[in-house]
Design a protein around this ligand. Structure first.
Ligand code: PAF
Length: 281
């Protein structure tokens, strides 16, 4: 595996690889890799000749009072894990290279970014779509892989890819969970031992919601209330949202039917955790 920090080097390596007729897969990450990221890298390794994993804590997707400075980083450990999982090129650009002085261009998806996380983090998806556009232009992938844990992000990226005619196939990999059900996340590191022991309630509440729906409940408010009650048992929790939405449009549903996404974002202490479950009714 080689590590590339320079944008021009990455671009010329990608161009050379494409000229050789090889397939490039990109796994964009913000580092502090865990089994969730590694599953994306392994998927990329199966699908492509060259796997590029990017590690970049993108400042433009964090709001002014968010955790960009505290966001966990461990480049040495990430380098080992990325290589073991099948990365060929680790792309680790600097802030100065990605957003040089005078930078002023942003990519915005509209409707899809207004609900769920977008309602609480109004500039977040603008940062995500901008950096992913830049990564597409630098790494020139045929395939890009994202995780289902960020369900809204995956849908927004698919929309952006269609709208801007990027010749990139977007693949979405399933959520990887700890044994107790908690979705893997770099932000789990912020949890105290007590909070970590309570955090699986998030997934348990989604499973209960699923059971209620499988048992015939069709009123989203009834399901949401029950889920909320379960999460409220965690002393340090603060719910940003629990929403039951159409899995394609991300619009709230009045009646539970069709392809449904139940998504939540909850602070446990200072960790803002997201999780979701897809249900077909
Ligand atoms: O999902 C993430 O880690 C980030 O939002 C991404 C896609 C790497 C863009 O910075």
């Amino acid at each position: 595996m080689k590590t590339v920090t320079d944008i021009e080097n990455m671009q010329s390596y990608a161009e050379k690889t494409r000229r050789e007729g090889k397939v490039i897969a990109l796994v964009p990450t913000m580092g502090f890799l865990h089994e969730g990221h590694l599953s994306l890298i392994r998927m990329a390794d199966k699908a492509a000749d060259l796997v590029v994993t990017s590690i970049y804590v993108n400042p433009t997707q964090f709001g002014p009072s968010e955790d960009v400075d505290q966001y966990p980083r461990d480049i040495d450990h990430d380098t080992t894990l990325a290589q073991q999982a099948g990365t060929d090129v680790l792309f680790v650009p600097t802030d100065k290279a990605m957003y040089p002085q005078g930078y002023q261009t942003f990519v915005t998806a509209e409707k899809l970014t207004r609900s769920l996380c977008g309602a609480f983090r109004p500039t977040h998806f603008r940062g995500v779509t901008t950096i992913v556009t830049k990564l597409f232009n630098i790494v020139k992938p045929h395939i890009a892989i994202f995780g289902q844990k960020d369900a809204q992000q995956a849908i927004v990226i698919r929309q952006m890819t269609r709208d801007l005619n990027f010749d990139v196939e977007i693949k979405v990999a399933p959520i990887i969970r700890h044994e107790d059900g908690l979705a893997m996340s770099s932000r789990n590191k912020y949890l105290t031992p007590q909070q970590r022991s309570e955090a699986p309630v998030l997934y348990q509440s989604l499973c209960e919601a699923q059971k209620m729906i499988e048992g015939g409940e069709r009123n989203p408010n009834v399901v949401k209330k029950y889920t909320q009650k379960m999460i409220d048992t965690i002393a340090s929790s603060k719910i940003d949202y629990i929403e039951i939405v159409d899995a394609v449009t991300l619009e709230a549903v009045r009646e539970i039917k069709g392809n449904i996404l139940i998504a939540l974002a909850v602070y446990i202490g200072k960790a803002r955790l997201i999780d979701n479950i897809l249900i077909k009714v």
